[in-house]
Design a protein around this ligand. Structure first.
Ligand SMILES: CC(C)(COP(=O)(O)OP(=O)(O)OC[C@H]1O[C@@H](n2cnc3c(N)ncnc32)[C@H](O)[C@@H]1OP(=O)(O)O)[C@@H](O)C(=O)NCCC(=O)NCCS
Length: 383
């Protein structure tokens, strides 16, 4: 028998490494990127500036940001092999499956990793961040039977993405709302997809292959896939007048309500607050408010009812409002999780670059609970 090891299911509370990319302060409902609160970044910064900050660890000067933007904008066109992988996917495929394959295909011509050449690794990350947005827009248009819109080098990351998705230049307000949504999703310390990216990259696997693994982790309904499920839930409820009863029934039957709960937050997710503020402004300009109304009732009823129980630590997370915001921008719910990846790819990359400065392969131990002296039985004697 080996040593009797204790373990933490789901690695809850386990400190796996050190990072200065971001910190979730769960008790206080606070999230910081390299020390700055996301509320302040959402108000004053842009996605591009936050990506630079995340990758390089310092805010860019005006010149550095201009140079960075040029690099990001001129890497938007997908290599032919990536286009071919996207084209080969059936229209019925979930876009996260296609995206995972497309990003893996970005590794076809990627050089083996040289941990000492951080500069090359950062430029590679910028290329992947840039191309991933194009891939998501192209995958969406293929599914909808529409031709691809080539990227535009004059537009910001958010504007260009919406342009490639819809085929029309977005108005300034919507582009800014989308830009802020990208800022809010950029990083979130050791969540499941970031941890996946780090585990794969710790083997010195290529950046694209590590990010492809993170996309697989993000696709699950317990992680990034929750934003799509929130809208499915709202559609299933049907109309605002059914929402309260639906929630009471969900609580009584112990069903999980998507967009609620978090491993670290014990209060409202700060990203949910910022998203809701933007959503309310956007809703006011639209005639159809029914999805928002349904979700507002789900939200209020959940908080009120769970507040009376021992589960008063379950609060809305980022995924609760992001979907309704995107729906108001005419984005299909199946594209919500890929859009999460459009932003989070910068966080994944930053973690990998940081980790490679002092890399050690992740290799935890397991508490073995199986037999230790089982006998091999010949196949003809097995029942
Ligand atoms: C995020 C999540 C995976 C965290 O998981 P976790 O830390 O392992 O939390 P647990 O699943 O152990 O939850 C603890 C308890 O709260 C309950 N709970 C957690 N999330 C809940 C939710 N969204 N709705 C209702 N109950 C919930 C669990 O059922 C569990 O109850 P039990 O003790 O009676 O079994 C979980 O809250 C969840 O599945 N949420 C819905 C999906 C989602 O929105 N994901 C996006 C996260 S950003």
């Amino acid at each position: 028998m080996g040593e009797d090891l204790g373990f933490s299911k789901g690695l809850a509370g386990v400190v796996a490494d050190a990072t200065s990319v971001s910190q979730v302060q769960g008790e206080d409902g606070r999230l910081i990127y390299r020390g700055i609160s996301i509320e302040e970044l959402a108000e004053k910064s842009t996605y591009e500036e936050c990506v630079y900050f995340s990758l390089y660890g310092k805010m860019p000067t005006k010149n550095q940001l201009t140079k960075f933007n040029t690099e990001l904008r001129h890497n938007r066109v997908l290599p032919k092999a990536v286009e071919a992988v996207i084209a080969a996917a059936p229209r019925s495929a979930h876009p996260m499956a296609v995206l995972q394959a497309a990003v893996a295909a970005m590794g076809f011509d990627e050089q083996p990793v040289n941990l000492k050449n951080e500069d090359a690794n950062i430029h590679n990350a910028i290329k992947i961040i840039s191309q991933l947005a194009t891939a998501v827009a192209h995958i969406s248009r293929d599914r909808r039977g529409l031709s691809h819109i080539p990227p535009n080098t004059e537009m910001s990351h958010a504007e260009n993405f919406l342009y490639m998705l819809h085929g029309k230049v977005p108005n300034k307000e919507e582009a800014r709302i989308f830009d802020v949504a990208l800022i809010l999703h950029l990083d979130h310390d050791f969540n499941a997809s970031t941890f996946s990216a780090r585990v794969v990259a710790s083997t010195e696997a290529k950046l694209s292959l590590s990010i492809s693994a993170a996309i697989g982790a993000l696709s699950g309904p317990l992680h990034g896939g929750a934003n799509e499920k929130v809208l499915e839930m709202a559609d299933g409820i049907g109309a605002p007048e059914h929402a309260k009863e639906w929630v009471l029934n969900a609580i009584a039957t112990k069903a999980k309500v998507m967009g609620f709960g978090h491993r670290v937050y014990r209060t409202m997710d700060p990203r949910a607050k910022v998203l809701r503020g933007m959503l309310e402004k956007l809703v006011a300009t639209k005639s159809d408010k029914s999805t928002y109304e349904t979700l507002r009732i789900v939200h209020d009823t959940m908080i009120e009812e769970l507040g009376k129980t021992s589960k008063d630590y379950i609060w809305p997370n980022v995924d609760f409002w992001s979907g309704s915001l995107y729906r108001l921008m005419d984005i299909d719910s199946i594209d919500f999780t890929p859009i999460f990846a459009v932003s989070r790819v910068a966080g994944w990359s930053s973690h990998i670059i940081e980790m490679w400065r002092d890399n050690r392969i992740y290799r935890p131990s397991a508490k073995y609970v199986g037999p230790t002296d089982a006998k091999y039985q010949d196949i003809k004697n097995r029942k």
